[in-house]
Design a protein around this ligand. Structure first.
Ligand code: F6P
Length: 523
């Protein structure tokens, strides 16, 4: 899987000039501008959707999937990912979406239970400068001139910071981490060669470079606007006007020395305009391919993701879990009311509806006149021998199992059925396809929607099985640069409450956050 290797360094096609500040001013609004994701992949064809043509594999190498989870009717251990050790070194000019990609990738891999950490060199620079100021009273100047390659002393300092950050990352991997993301510009061949040489000394650790290229002025302007408006500590005491001016100068300093990746021997991925185009070179094995495939599927096109559970079912009314029962009379009313709610929300915009293969979700979508797809992967968590029973019946018949589940719900697998972890694993293709899609309405089930919701809001695993997803409520998620905004619409049609809180524990607080997080000082 190699691409052509031009011999001379390629300069970025688009350079943002100071006069482009207007663009930046409008950028957050402009971010909503329609951009058509092409998803062309130089190494192959456009990815086929899961469920339609099956997943494509990026690597020609045989894959090495993690050992599958084992055990039935009890707590099941996490898959063993201890062999996975990757340094993912970002490459790219400032404002080219490196932090966006790192953040998305981190959330995705964490949801899949990999141990992932971002080592942000900018953050290390700031915390070291703070220490220096406290100790010696000297304040380092971190305006654009600090980033000039003509500034020999600052260049030396910046190189040292990148190296220190890499050391921390490697130590963290050795202590058990899986994927350490080196979030820096790493924009010259010399810098990349140093990273490569350092990682080569570590047995069992590999390095992949992830270059984020962006030549769409609207995306660059949006990224600049985000940088100066999202509380970036570099510009905490600077007016937005001065911040914009300085940041654009900083970009120009980097442009002067930037070398896109052309080193033929490196393992790398190049993503252009967040998912419009992808190049993969020397990507091997299961986890690397997964990372590549995920990044290829991302796009920035504005869209909404709607989640709704099926209308109230007959089993819901009887307090029974699982099964394949039809809707209750109130559930049917919800199904009839759903089209107006959706139409009020998105007007004539296109929408695709996904349901499970169970009749309660299909019935709920019956009056919606959009393209519909049924997914086996969206079927409710399989309760195995407990399918069709009430919680009280389960407690009587399998008291130990019942207690085990209450103690550690995510890890508990029903006898002959599934755990929440099993569901997360089976939903991975759904997430992959969701990232690729435009407006989507998923009509699903309680456990399934909890897992999907936790992915979009980056919620901890222990809280996931207790997330409240009530019946007769549509949850609308709007992806933003660093998270999702959320709105909930509850229709005034009564329904039973199927939520069973964790005994003797407070309901976890769900914090929907869509702002950028600045990593703490040790990163
Ligand atoms: O009660 C409705 C339901 O969808 C069941 O079919 C399913 O077993 C259950 O919710 C999942 O929720 P929990 O994991 O809280 O039991």
């Amino acid at each position: 899987m190699a691409e052509q290797n031009p011999t001379s360094p390629v300069r970025p096609a688009f350079q943002l000039e100071l006069q482009d500040l207007d663009l930046v001013d409008n950028a957050l609004a402009t971010q909503n501008k329609e951009t058509t994701p092409v998803h062309s992949l130089e190494i192959g064809t456009r990815p086929t959707p899961f469920g339609a043509g099956g997943p494509i594999r990026l690597a020609s190498q045989a894959s090495t999937p993690p050992r599958s989870v084992v055990g039935i009717g009890g707590k099941v251990a996490k898959p063993d990912y201890s062999e996975a050790k990757i340094v993912l070194a970002m490459v790219g000019l400032p404002a080219r979406g490196k932090s966006y990609l790192s953040n998305k990738l981190m959330r995705y891999l964490q949801w899949l239970e990999y141990d992932v950490k971002v080592f942000n060199v900018g953050q290390l620079r700031r915390s070291r400068a703070k220490q220096k100021k406290e100790q010696s009273g000297v304040k380092e100047d971190h305006t654009a001139s600090y980033f000039s390659h003509n500034n020999v002393e600052a260049t030396r300092l910046r190189d040292a910071l990148a190296e220190d950050s890499l050391e921390m990352l490697i130590n963290w991997l050795k202590a058990g981490g899986n994927v350490g993301i080196h979030d820096a510009t790493n924009s010259t061949r010399a810098r990349r060669a140093k990273i490569e040489a350092r990682v080569a000394k570590e047995k069992g650790i590999v390095v992949i470079f992830l270059e984020s290229v962006c030549d769409d002025p609207a995306i660059i302007a949006a990224n600049v606007a985000l940088k100066v408006s999202s509380g970036d500590p570099d510009y905490k005491d600077t007016s937005p006007e001065d911040a914009k001016r300085d940041f654009i100068r900083r970009i120009k300093e980097y442009e002067a020395v930037y070398e896109t990746i052309t080193e033929p021997h490196l393992s790398y991925l190049r993503i252009t305009n967040v998912g419009n185009q992808a190049t993969a070179c020397r990507i091997h094995g299961y986890l690397q391919s997964r990372i590549a495939f995920y990044l290829m599927n991302l796009h920035l096109k504005p869209r909404s993701i709607f989640f709704s559970r099926h209308g109230e079912s007959q089993f819901n009314v009887e307090g029974k879990i699982g099964g394949d029962s039809p809707l209750s009379e109130r559930g049917l009313r919800y199904a009839s009311a759903l089209p107006d709610l959706i139409k009020d929300n998105i007007g004539d915009a296109p929408l695709t509806v996904w349901t499970s293969t169970l009749q309660r979700t299909i019935q709920t979508g019956q009056h919606l006149s959009y393209t519909k797809l049924t997914w086996k992967s969206l079927d409710e968590l399989d309760a195995g021998v407990c399918d069709g029973m009430t919680y009280e019946e389960i407690e009587q018949a399998y008291p130990e199992d019942f207690a085990n589940r209450d103690e550690d719900k995510f890890n508990y697998r029903y006898r002959g059925g599934e755990s929440y972890r099993d569901v997360v694993i089976r939903l991975e293709p759904v997430i992959m396809e969701l990232e690729r899609q435009d407006n989507i309405l998923i009509i699903g089930h309680q456990a399934i929607l909890r897992c999907l919701y936790a992915y979009f809001h980056n919620l901890p695993q222990a809280d996931l099985p207790y997330i409240k997803i009530p019946l007769h409520t549509v949850i609308k998620l709007t992806p933003k640069a660093y998270g999702c905004d959320e709105e909930r619409y509850t229709l005034p049609i009564g329904a039973v409450d199927t939520h069973r809180p964790k005994p003797k524990a407070p309901q976890p607080e769900v914090k929907a956050y869509s702002g950028r997080e600045y990593y703490d000082g040790n990163a």
